[in-house]
Design a protein around this ligand. Structure first.
Ligand SMILES: [Zn+2]
Length: 264
């Protein structure tokens, strides 16, 4: 049986000199593993459409739940982001996270769309701060996975974002204002070290400037075409990026090692 699907290549695994597997995120069938024959050698027939960072149309032959590539034609590639090490690293992180949170044969069109939009932003928005793109992606992905925090109101008194610091309770997915937070947490919180709490027991409470909270709200609620169309003061980018990263990592219970390559 032949299927035609569009998908983003997330990973390549070489089997031998004449065969490799590619992991592809498709809108229709979720993540699929596809055997590509004869493509490992230089200038193989499908090389330009089946490498990582390629979004292509694939014709797949399916037999007993296994897919073999029959044909592939490139729609768009994001190879230009590889011209900058940090952008390539964040791009790889996008592929790794998309792979981690999706399942085989479970359609995730919105996650595919987010990954493609983020790779496009990494490739084309040369002046856009990398931390902003990364943080927006992380918070939006957390939302699409069903982990969106309530960061519109203080969980205790119900007030909206105020002028003073707000406090994001990572595992509760909630936010408290400074006054309420002082009462609850006695103003203690864990510093921004990188941890993943496997048991979901630690209180991870991160102080955030009001503008960082508004940026997170944008990442969660903005229409996809406007997702990256905003700015955040450069001095707030480290806390925004770090908080979004910790939020995603703690909710999916996984640390993505590729991030350790960033010199931030
Ligand atoms: Zn409050």
């Amino acid at each position: 049986m032949l299927y035609t699907v569009k998908g983003l290549v997330l990973r390549e695994t070489v089997v031998n000199s004449n065969a490799r597997y590619i992991n592809v995120l498709t809108a229709e069938r979720g993540r699929v593993s596809v055997l590509v024959r004869g493509a490992v050698r230089l200038r193989g027939r499908f090389t330009g459409s089946t490498q990582i960072f390629c979004y292509s149309e694939f014709v797949l032959y399916e037999r007993e739940g296994k897919y073999t590539l029959n044909d592939a034609s490139l729609i768009e590639n994001y190879f230009h982001l590889c011209e900058d090490f940090d952008r390539m690293t964040v791009g790889t992180y996008v592929l790794n996270t998309a792979e981690y949170v999706t399942s085989e044969e479970q359609p995730e069109p919105e996650i595919l769309r987010l990954a493609l939009n983020t790779l496009w932003a990494l490739t084309h928005y040369k002046d856009k701060e990398l931390r902003l793109i990364k943080g927006v992606y992380e918070m939006r992905l957390a939302m699409l996975c069903g982990f969106a925090p309530n960061i519109v109101n203080c969980q205790v008194c119900g007030h909206g974002v105020e002028d003073s610091s707000m406090f994001l309770n990572v595992m509760a997915g909630s936010m408290t204002c400074k006054g309420c937070s002082d009462k609850i947490h006695k103003a203690t919180y864990i510093e921004n070290e990188r941890t993943v709490d496997k048991m979901n027991t630690a209180q991870i409470v991160i102080p955030l400037a009001p503008a960082s909270v508004l940026a997170m709200q944008h990442a969660i609620y903005a229409d996809m075409p406007r997702l990256f169309s905003f700015a955040l003061a450069s001095e707030l980018l480290p806390e925004f990026s770090s908080a979004c990263e910790r939020y995603l990592e703690n909710h999916v219970d996984h640390h993505f090692a590729v991030l350790d390559m960033l010199a931030w």
